[in-house]
Design a protein around this ligand. Structure first.
Ligand SMILES: [Zn+2]
Length: 137
């Protein structure tokens, strides 16, 4: 996955900030984050001062290209995920906000049950399950 190249190819302006944001995302392929967390991380790593609007706009651009997506949990900031290998379902702890990737095998089983129950075809899971993790239980 080359986020910066995809932006370039699709006519987006490439700036130093965008380059840093893309590099950070690519080096944390399983990282799940909200804009505030990404903002803190990128500015602590790069010693630069990239504002949240720049980060947000870059995320929107990547999302338009289908490379990224976000999910909402009630009363919490949007969480962004890179699109990779159909690994797009996450389980989040409502107490500590820990996020766990749901295995593809589990997703396939869930999809089969849904297909059987509803007769829907090609069900696409881009969502979050909310629960309580073992540590918080
Ligand atoms: Zn927890």
């Amino acid at each position: 996955m080359n986020l910066l190249n995809s932006l370039k190819k699709n006519g987006y302006r490439i700036t130093k900030s965008r380059k840093l944001i893309c590099e950070l995302l690519e080096s944390n392929i399983h990282f799940h984050f909200n804009v505030k967390q990404l903002h803190q991380k990128i500015n602590s790593l790069s010693k630069s001062n990239i504002d949240r609007t720049t980060i947000y706009r870059t995320l929107v651009a990547l999302e338009e290209l289908g490379l990224l997506q976000h999910s909402h949990i009630p009363h919490k900031p949007a969480i962004y995920f890179l699109n990779n290998d159909n690994q797009n379902v996450h389980l989040i702890c409502e107490m500590c906000d820990k996020i766990v990737d749901v295995e593809n095998d589990s997703i396939n089983s869930i999809n089969l049950i849904l297909q059987k129950d509803t007769n829907f075809d090609t069900i696409n899971n881009n969502f979050i399950f909310v629960g309580k993790c073992p540590e918080c239980n």
